[in-house]
Write a protein that binds this ligand. Sequence first.
Ligand code: PA5
Length: 424
Amino acid sequence: MSLTLDKEYLKGFVSSEDLKLIAKDIEKAHEALEKKTGKGSEFTGWTDLPSRIEDSFVAELEKLGKDVRQNSDCLVSIGIGGSYLGIRATMEFLRGKDGFPVYYAGHNMSVDYHYKLFNCLKDKRVTVVVISKSGTTTEPALAFRLAKQFLKGKYSGEELKKRIICVTDAKKGALRKIADKNGYRSFVIPDDVGGRFSILTPVGLVPLAIAGVDIRALVQGARDGQKEYSNADLEKNIAYQYAGLRYLLYKKGKLIEVSSSFYDNMSFVLEWWKQLYGESEAKGGQGIFPASLIMSTDLHSMGQLMQDGVRNLFETFLDIERSEHSVVIPKEDEDLDGFNIVSDKDLDYVNKQAYKATAAAHFEGGVPNMTLRLMKADEYHLGKLYYFYERAVAISGYLLGVNPFDQPGVEAYKKKMFALLGKA
Ligand code: PA5
């Protein structure tokens, strides 16, 4: 099994018997998703997206990636939210695949960030991918203006044109107009896939292919995830078990889910997860608050809270079975720090003991926890994990009775900001 769910430390909090009691509700949620009869069904194109991605499209993107890497020193990926987090999550998870540098813009409006970014790009050959489903989001729109100004200072004519790639809606939005009017190469984000579910559309695939990520393996992982986690049989489907268990925990007053990993390359995967779960579930005064920790770093800052604070949380560890490299702890002649007990052992051995100890201690401290375990940190497993999380949140959203595919709350600040800016 490339992805497993360990439920040992839920004992006494929720049981497989409890899960059976809501099996019918999970089945109903599954049916609603499959038959597209549930809330927000017009945005469920992601459910069978992996199996609909054509190999020829993957090949086209691989070719684009090769061409860009030949004529550029780096990529600037402009986007925010669903048009940013999955790309960064994948890059950080794979630790900057093949060393092709990817810079991000338009995910904040910090003047110093953008000043320093364009300053450091001055002497580099740059290609820009601008991603916005709506094509009207403030942060990427402004960053794109800055990027165009920067590129125009270096290139003109066809050379300028080929250094700008747009990923946006087929018809709607300002970015579509800009792309068409200027003849920039563009890719379409399907109408029926919302921002936070879009990592396997051109939103993720275009910049990742340029960065040299093995998108073929990423897509294959998601395809296998689609098969495995669309299974109506709750006993066989760990995505549905995860959805059901966290729903039961929530109903028992565990209002916060802390996702923790002892692998720092999971940091942005968890940021992506937070958007997916926070935006999908939190509607009408409901929803689990998604939080994340990177261990063992955060054990030295948040460990006290996890062990001994308000008992309104549960924890999901995201573990990696096999690390890519080996780092052996050296033996010292004088064992002054007392750590010769682990000399000649791999550092990951100690990391794993820290994880086991934490899971046990938090359980004893009143924090029920599960572990979602990936066999390896590669593109295939990440593709599968993305699909796992998407499928599970759709089910848990339906269990909560909300529309998991809209985000009306995101608009509130925008309206007030536009009013302050005097924008229509
Ligand atoms: O989930 C969402 O839809 C949002 O968080 C978007 O991803 C984010 O606002 C970016 O939107 P867009 O791609 O339209 O620029």
